[in-house]
Design a protein around this ligand. Sequence first.
Ligand SMILES: Nc1ncnc2c1ncn2[C@@H]1O[C@H](COP(=O)(O)OP(=O)(O)OP(=O)(O)O)[C@@H](O)[C@H]1O
Length: 602
Amino acid sequence: MVDSIIRKIKKLKTNLNIKRTLGLVWLAAKGWMILSIIMILAETLLFLGSIYALKVLIDKVARINTLPNSEELIIKHVLIAGVLSVLYAIARAVSAYVTEVQATKVSNYIDEKIHHTAIQMDLYHYESPDYYDILKRAKDAGSERPNIVITTIMEIAKNTLNLFAVGSLFITINWFLLPLLVAFVLPTLFVRIYFSNKQNTWRIKHTPLERKSAYLSNLITSDTSAKEIRSFNLGTYFKDLYQVIRIEVIQQKLNLSYKRTLNETITGSIATMGFFTCIGYIAVGTVRGTTSVGDIALFLIIFPQSFTLIQNVSSGISQLYQNNIFIHSIFELFDLRPQPVLQKNTVPVPEDQDLDLELKEVSFTYPHSSKPALSNINLKIPSGKIIAIVGLNGAGKSTLIKLLSRLYEPNEGEMTLGKTNIREFDLADYRRQISTVFQDFSKYNVSAADNIRFGNIDGEYNEEKMVEASKNAGSHSFISKFSKGYDTMMGRLFEDGHEVSIGQWQKLAIARALYSESRFIILDEATSALDAIAEKELFDSFRKHIGNRAGIIVSHRHSAIKHADYIYVISGGKILQEGTDKQLLEMEGDYANLFNEKTSTE
Ligand SMILES: Nc1ncnc2c1ncn2[C@@H]1O[C@H](COP(=O)(O)OP(=O)(O)OP(=O)(O)O)[C@@H](O)[C@H]1O
């Protein structure tokens, strides 16, 4: 039993990582932490002072008949005890305020750190359910946990000091009372530690299930799935599925709570029995003349205090237990590193404009997948030219775009920009060279101007250029009709927001890429929601719109790709054909089968 408690305490120490947690709180709120320690010390001293003053007062009252000027003396001691108690109450209030400020500062700091870590994480982590589990636990932990841990440790220290002080008063009544009380109260402490540990194990085991239920709840309530849920009548199905999981989770949670309550009731009763045993012990002592009525009075004052202190210490420890798993998860998240490890000594991307982007014998397999998505790809995107990538669903087109955008690294082969392997460039610097409109582009609920400006967030804002990009992408016509023009808030999430059609959102995403100063503009099925006229207008003038930059177009439509200088046909992750539109139409093969006017419907 003792061994197991020691083991648990050791595990708690490792998980809490006190040194690191302290470091975190120190970095976030140095001054407030010092103030907080000073206030805790002041609080402790005043508590001890007020209790001691009370004891002296009781002593005087007990000997009232033997003291000269007894009334004055009593009033003096009442005043001292009263003033100390008032000061103690003030110190407590100030201490609570200081703790709150410290908590807010730390919380903000951790929030910022969690977001920083999430931004740094590459797409490899988003392929892994483990990452989502860690992220969920870290988010559940909330940014306030590290501060809670530190303030809880301080509270435990404070309450333990106070307990020693009160304990010394017990000894003045009878030394035997202290071990007696500890023996009766200790089981409560053990039960709390035991069940906090159990709850943590349970929480880790159930994170995937909790995530699944959160996913279902999001499906039921989110605006993105609202239409399908209604038209396919999926609401009840998902609601029932959610309920099945919740019932299982709640049942287990309640089971644990039931056992905990049962055990706490038993140990609580033992503690109460301890109280009455002590009262009985003192009462009998009074009859026998070994203790006084004053001792009973003192006991009645200090016992509730000490009981509360013991309760505070034990719930502090159990709180540490409950928080240790969260703290562990926060550090687990902070310790994640982007993959693959980036080169340390990077070179800047050269200024000269004529840099070709080239893939040589590139192969790539997704993490957690055994089949390569791309095999032995050789492809060149000469500067200033437009190339197109064509292929059926699942051919590997978007994967290729992800490699070009350096969201993943090839497993084999190399990618070069100019003569340099792209791994040698700083990641952010390289990514600035590429602007991609993804199939599943983002709809930012910010102003129309910001939606476009995000294409070059690091550059100085140029309104004229922004409007030009918007005109070229076809979004100017609908934005200029809004009463607030480019200041109009897009989407429905916030006040005065304007929801627009999916095609109009897509035009905004294209404007964003055109506004960028990247050398390569990639459109991955980026015109799928545009009407035929808008799409024709965009592609007929695409070369003019992108200026001297290169363009990469992924599309299933001949009208979108026929203007490209060179076209690659992909199937099963391999390049099967390449050439100009004319050459490919004249060849036998997938391209001609798809787009030859005799066989195609387009
Ligand atoms: N995150 C992923 N993890 C594992 N396999 C993936 C992942 N994304 C795509 N794949 C697989 O990689 C292959 C290529 O997918 P990709 O998305 O590149 O196809 P695509 O040509 O863009 O198709 P579509 O025209 O449907 O967009 C497919 O077999 C697909 O199932």
